[in-house]
Design a protein around this ligand. Structure first.
Ligand code: ZN
Length: 146
């Protein structure tokens, strides 16, 4: 009945199979015992990004940002708060475009912050420009509802 959900561990990037009914019950990584949901976005390198996006059953929303970008910093608290709100139903990632230029190139990121929503490894929507928490949550829920 309850299909297992694949969740990449934010700490060790191993893939966990969690019964859907247990998603909200504070599941921990079978390998490193870290909580699979920590109420905050996961900062990822290219390898961890690929694993989350291609393997997770959960939809993924990635924030492409850079340290020099003022609007990125302005949006960071809203994005973090959105992670706490949307977990365990959506995985939020942060991609530092300076540390991971190949990812920024692969997705042709032209302005930051850019948010990209993925489902089953495919980009389903993107939006550029900083948003407050309310607009951010509204955008994520709308694009994932389609
Ligand atoms: Zn782990």
């Amino acid at each position: 009945m309850s299909e297992p959900v694949l969740v990449t561990c934010p700490a060790c990037a191993s893939i966990n199979r969690i019964p859907k009914a247990k998603l909200g019950a504070g599941p921990k990584c079978g390998r490193c015992k870290a909580p699979l949901f920590q109420g905050q976005p996961v900062e990822v390198d290219e390898t961890a990004f690929n694993r989350h996006v291609s393997r997770d059953s959960l939809p993924v929303v990635a924030d492409f940002w850079a340290n020099w970008c003022g609007p990125c910093h302005a949006m960071a608290p809203a994005f973090k708060s959105a992670a706490a709100e949307l977990e365990p139903h959506v995985r939020l990632l942060k991609v530092d475009t300076e540390a991971e230029p190949r990812l920024a190139g692969r997705f042709a990121i032209r302005s930051i912050p850019t948010l990209i929503a993925f489902r089953n490894g495919n980009e389903i929507a993107r939006v550029a420009g900083a948003m407050d928490r309310t607009r951010l949550l509204e955008w994520v829920r709308r694009v994932l509802a389609d």
